[in-house]
Design a protein around this ligand. Sequence first.
Ligand SMILES: *[C@@H]1O[C@H](CO)[C@@H](O)[C@H](O)[C@H]1NC(C)=O
Ligand SMILES: *[C@@H]1O[C@H](CO)[C@@H](O)[C@H](O)[C@H]1NC(C)=O
Ligand SMILES: *[C@@H]1O[C@H](CO)[C@@H](O)[C@H](O)[C@H]1NC(C)=O
Ligand SMILES: *[C@@H]1O[C@H](CO)[C@@H](O)[C@H](O)[C@H]1NC(C)=O
Ligand SMILES: *[C@@H]1O[C@H](CO)[C@@H](O)[C@H](O)[C@H]1NC(C)=O
Ligand SMILES: *[C@@H]1O[C@H](CO)[C@@H](O)[C@H](O)[C@H]1NC(C)=O
Ligand SMILES: *[C@@H]1O[C@H](CO)[C@@H](O)[C@H](O)[C@H]1NC(C)=O
Ligand SMILES: *[C@@H]1O[C@H](CO)[C@@H](O)[C@H](O)[C@H]1NC(C)=O
Length: 903
Amino acid sequence: MVSSMFLHLFIAAVAGVMILLEFELVNGVQPQLNNRTRATLMAISEELGVSGWGANNSDFCSWPGITCDGETGNSTVEKLNLSHRSLRGNLTFVAQLESLKSLDLSSNSFHGPIPPELGNLSRIEFLDLSFNKFGGFIPRELGGLRNLRSLNLSSNQLIGEIPDELRSLKKLEEFQVSTNILSGSVPSWVGNLSSLRVFTAYENVLDGRIPDNLGSVSELEMLNLHSNQLEGPIPASIFASGKLVVLILTQNKLTGEIPVEIGNCTSLSSIRIGNNGLIGTVPMTIGNASSLTYFEADNNNLSGELVSDFARCPNLTLLNLASNGFTGTIPPEFGSLMNLQELILSSNNLFGDIPLSIIRCKNLNKLDLSNNRFNGTMPKEICNMSRLQFLLVGQNSIKGEIPHEIGNCVKLLELQMGSNYLTGNIPSEISHLKNLQISLNLSFNHLHGPLPPDLGRLDKLVSLDVSNNQLSGNIPAEFKGMLSLIEVNFSNNLLMGPVPSFGPFQKSPNSSFSGNKGLCGEPLLASCGRSLGNDREDYHHRVSYRIILAVIGSGLAVFASVTIVVLLFMMRERQEKVAKSKSAEPTEEEETNTRPAIEAGNVFIDNLKQAIELDAVVKATLKDSNKLMTGTFSSVYKAMMPSGLILLVKKLKSMDRTIVHHQSKMIRELERLSRLSHENLMQPIGFVIYEDVALLLHHYLPNGTLAQLLHESSKEAEYEPDWPRRLSIAIGVAEGLAFLHHVAVIHLDISSANVFLDSNFKPLLGEIEISKLLDPSRGTASISAVAGSFGYIPPEYAYTMLVTAPGNVYSYGVILLEILTTRLPVDEGFGEGVDLVKWVHAAPTRGETPEQILDAKLSTVSFTWRREMLAALKVALLCTDSVPAKRPKMKKVVEMLQEISQT
Ligand SMILES: *[C@@H]1O[C@H](CO)[C@@H](O)[C@H](O)[C@H]1NC(C)=O
Ligand SMILES: *[C@@H]1O[C@H](CO)[C@@H](O)[C@H](O)[C@H]1NC(C)=O
Ligand SMILES: *[C@@H]1O[C@H](CO)[C@@H](O)[C@H](O)[C@H]1NC(C)=O
Ligand SMILES: *[C@@H]1O[C@H](CO)[C@@H](O)[C@H](O)[C@H]1NC(C)=O
Ligand SMILES: *[C@@H]1O[C@H](CO)[C@@H](O)[C@H](O)[C@H]1NC(C)=O
Ligand SMILES: *[C@@H]1O[C@H](CO)[C@@H](O)[C@H](O)[C@H]1NC(C)=O
Ligand SMILES: *[C@@H]1O[C@H](CO)[C@@H](O)[C@H](O)[C@H]1NC(C)=O
Ligand SMILES: *[C@@H]1O[C@H](CO)[C@@H](O)[C@H](O)[C@H]1NC(C)=O
């Protein structure tokens, strides 16, 4: 402790000396004060490792992150913004900047307790310490910040109660302490903060009641307390001012009724109160909340009839009342909800018809009425809702026939009609549902007649269940066209004849075919021509999911060996290239005397032009110690600018001379790319060309790559299972790639090493410029250079030598498998010639369960995680199908993954 204090004093003293040496008179008004401020800033810079301060410029008001009092020109530091800089260290010096009005230290690596000295910043109005690793208690000294208007301590590891001393922060407008480990109750004085607009304390372990004066004297607009252990009722006071826009109380232990005062908030847009113990009905006043777009109250004990008043909220987009005790029928008024996209009423006691009026909801995407007592017929107009993707009406008492018009629901991804009283034949029009992929479930009905052979056209379908009906005839050989099948169930019908010889069928448990009149052949015990024995094999525990091993049947062996030879050749070639380019790079001694001349260069973003020195960029890439990694097409360097800005610089290997020879074209492409904006793509912000080298500049991303997250951190003890983060990374990458495909760019090197993570773990897909610059269809590169990274290369590249969108989907599927298994795409442990994809696809033949494939550290945490992971595994299997045409489009992949994260 003492020695660290001396160290700080020493640093401060050294800083002071440095300033004396460099001082230039900038402002004659307050030299004394300025000297002191500068010394404090230098001490901060030393302690926290802030880059770019001091050096050549004694006017600290121009240092990055610092804003001085603009009006008086006194050079007092008014704002300090050091967010997103990977800083750590002792913050105590910051408290000496007494004139601070705004301090943003969010998204860094600070840990340990929040220094109580920050409570001395008496002028401060804005304090943001979120997204760090601060621990310990919230210091009561912060109660001294009498001018504070915004306090954000979210996403740290703070413990204990919210201290009562904060009650004196009378001017607070925004108070955010979410995602910590705070306990105790929500203090009642929060209700007395008369300026409070935003209060978030979600994801803590708060208990007790929500104070019944919360919002009564303030202008509360946003209240988010989800995922705590709060009890008691939702206080009517939060609706008193009528200003509430967002209310999120999901996942607590709240009881009591939804207050009728809810209707006083005409600007309420989003209400999420699911997973509580709320009772009573939804008040009719909900119709007064006419701005409502999102109402989610699933998994409560709500009862009574559905109020037609929801129809008075024309912008309602999602209505989720699933898993409650609602009864009665669907109000016909719901048909006027033209913006409704999801209507989720499953697991209630609703009955009657599916009202024709609902069909007027033109934007409906998901209709989930499953597990109710609906007892009408299936309206033949149902597909007038042309956007329907999910039609889920299983487990009801629906009568009559499946209308032929069902074939018009061309967007359907999932059709669940199991466990009803449906009669008649299976209409062959179902085969028109070309997008059907998640599931077709007609089980437990009274369907009879033959299986329509046309169903074989559903080549994207993963799960087919027609069990427990009275279907007769053969299983048509045409069903072998359902190339994506993973799960099938034909059991308990009147089917006969041989089970067609088709991978997905023979790999299924015999229970998928049992209980029929006369089915024979594999996987049943009865060989064809003899009667069925008893189903003794049911006794053997078989895995409940099935995976296509291979599609091409007898051609497989030849195909596979060709693939392997080509892949090995490609890999060797690549290694040679890496070795060559390594030896071609200058050594440290050489670089000091040979400074290459820059031929061309530019920074595309105007407000970064000042902060980037192209010479310094070149210099940084000559030092091996700055090298972060070596990729397929480039080496990546970290480059620190004199301004303090840190860049990530990609050095394209000299084998890509073509780029340099097409300079002007390349520059045009880069500028275009820099404007191609999507939050999951890593855009170039500038470039430098010298000799035969091209450098591409990007923002530096502190959290490294997905490959590092998955395969390096997992070796350390601190690896924490975090499936939701992984799923959101998977979705982000898919979105970035879907966008690229949308603008007709095919990526050339998709791998987890090219997925960079920002400080919030948002993924950014990199190397897109390479895809653009080397686009083989434009003749700028030879195809042999663009195969991608080993383990991610789709099998068809071996013989087509053509980079395609479905090829990208395959590579993406490999990333998804990496995320699910935490295993490398290529690993000797899989066996000779077996990569991750083959290893996963062959799991059933090894008799392995999904748990043995999925990373057990994640899949055993909770049932929900396991279920989501299994669903994502299905998507990954679709993506890595060996037949390119069977892989879904990236847009579909995004939709399927989003569906997983929502349910
Ligand atoms: C931080 O620095 C101050 C002043 O130099 C010192 O008193 C304090 O003990 C330090 N805190 C830690 C955690 O080292
Ligand atoms: C501030 O710096 C100036 C320039 O070096 C020097 O002349 C002056 O004495 C310093 N003031 C104090 C209080 O250190
Ligand atoms: C910054 O200062 C160093 C020496 O302290 C000097 O070599 C360099 O040229 C200076 N750069 C600028 C832009 O003034
Ligand atoms: C800035 O300077 C003016 C005039 O020199 C003075 O009146 C004012 O108090 C100073 N402000 C601060 C914050 O020091
Ligand atoms: C701090 O800078 C970041 C960008 O680097 C910006 O997003 C944030 O809004 C700034 N904070 C304040 C308080 O201005
Ligand atoms: C709030 O709602 C309640 C119940 O609907 C009503 O009696 C009261 O008049 C409303 N208050 C205001 C200010 O509109
Ligand atoms: C519905 O949304 C539109 C577009 O955002 C908006 O203009 C309109 O005012 C909203 N309607 C209501 C009743 O809030
Ligand atoms: C549906 O069920 C309700 C309640 O059980 C009943 O009153 C109604 O007659 C039934 N309708 C049909 C068409 O069976």
